[in-house]
Design a binder for this molecule. Sequence first.
Ligand code: SAH
Length: 214
Amino acid sequence: MTDTYRHKGMRRALVEEITNKGITDMSVLKAIGKIPRHEFLDSSFDRFAYNDVAFPIGSGQTISQPYTVAFQSEMLEIKRGDKILEVGTGSGYQACVLSELGAKVYSIERQKKLYDKTSKFLSKLGYHLNLFYGDGYAGLPTYGPFDKIIITAGAPEIPKKLLLQLKIGGWMVVPIGGDDGQVMTKVTRIGEKEFNQETFGDFAFVPMLKNKAK
Ligand code: SAH
């Protein structure tokens, strides 16, 4: 794996681009500036790695747009040691950003092939996260409750089981909607059975699907 001056330069330009688009959290910008995103893509796509766009990673899935990763990360307001559940490990890029922010990351992926590939890749890259092959709709009840939950696929509605895996005072960041786009939504657990919902603009994700896939 090589991280050249050219890559570092492209990464600095990307950080500047997402800063101009409105990301202000310095620790998020620092994480984006550190993680070698080009390593997450097939080497033939090296030159696109620091464009602010989503990119295919195989199995019909994508690595999210850096601005979107930064936006969701910023919404999580991570404090060192926060226990975070991510649904949709995908390439592992978002999970690495969370780890750089000091979170204890638990991430679930429903596609076996991606799970296998990303698990191997992340440990090679030096990130030792808690990765699971499973259905994000079920969450990880035995590992919860979580300080915050991030969903990185478009959910047709708020996944109810996951809300109950949040600590009181914690929140979930989830894009809600169908194929024609989603609304970024923050659901805060303010009491045992009380939740507060806020929205944060339009985004486009691949769908959050039911059940595991081989
Ligand atoms: N966070 C990823 C983005 C991946 S795209 C990254 O940084 O690269 C969304 C991912 O969610 C896909 O890999 C998809 O397979 C996964 N996914 C969709 N529905 C899911 C579910 N119910 N449980 C777990 N993962 C799911």
